[in-house]
Design a protein around this ligand. Structure first.
Ligand code: SAM
Length: 215
């Protein structure tokens, strides 16, 4: 059952640093319905690449047993997260931290976490950066912890919609090192790090959400 979120669709005023991402507003309810189904009841939750903060301000009140840690390496995005959090405070929502998820070592310094969520980043970084990110992602999950990765993927090497093909091509035109990753390779990297892929959920706009557990 889909719940209607009691949150605004866009910043009410430009008086603070709050930014709005149309895609985050479009996919927020669908992501929330998967996360609330698979998330542990309590513990520490990390959102990587939080962006504007419009996801985490909905996740924290919906999963009150988890303490939510938003993060982003971009100070402008962190200011946006802080501004949205001030408008929609939750006791279990922490201030954003500066975290580059493609840097080795963060699992050790920041972890462990009972839930880690990542949305819409893997296609924007290079293959070697993805390798480090997935290694740290897996290492940062506590035993029994749940990982969720949402985004667009190639499937068997192919983009599976016209929109995906053109977005992937435009990313590679900007920088040949980036672009969509194959879901098979991402899943293999994570299972190779000891995670169990228990569900692959079809999401809006031809995206997928990989649901993983450290057993
Ligand atoms: C397309 S936005 C996605 C934001 C948000 N997750 C969403 O879905 O609305 C990509 C975000 O990743 C952040 N980012 C870029 N490189 C990163 C990295 N190496 N580690 C963590 N976050 C990164 C950017 O600052 C930006 O906020």
């Amino acid at each position: 059952m889909t719940r209607k979120l009691d949150l605004p669709d866009a910043p009410e005023a430009a008086a603070d640093a709050a930014m709005s991402a149309p895609s985050a507003l479009r996919n927020r309810e669908a992501i929330l319905s998967v996360l609330t189904r698979i998330a542990p009841d309590r513990g520490r939750a990390l959102e990587l690449a939080s962006g504007t903060g419009e996801h985490v301000i909905a996740f924290a009140p919906a999963m009150p047993g988890l303490t939510w840690q938003p993060s982003d390496p971009d100070p402008i995005r962190r200011a946006s997260i802080t501004a949205w959090s001030a408008r929609h405070p939750s006791e279990n929502l922490l201030a954003p931290v500066d975290l580059n998820a493609a840097t080795p070592g963060w699992a050790e310094t920041e972890g462990p976490f009972d839930l880690i969520f990542l949305c819409n980043l893997l296609h924007l970084i290079s293959g070697p950066e993805v390798d480090v990110l997935l290694q740290e992602f897996a290492a940062a999950l506590a035993p029994g912890g749940i990982g969720a990765i949402y985004g667009p993927f190639l499937r068997d090497g192919e983009a599976t919609s016209e929109g995906d093909a053109s977005f992937h091509a435009s990313l590679q035109a900007q920088d040949p090192a980036i672009g969509y990753k194959d879901v098979i390779d991402v899943a293999a990297a994570l299972t190779g790090q000891g995670l169990h892929l228990f569900e692959t959920v079809k999401m809006p706009a031809n995206n997928l959400m990989l649901c993983l557990e450290r057993r």
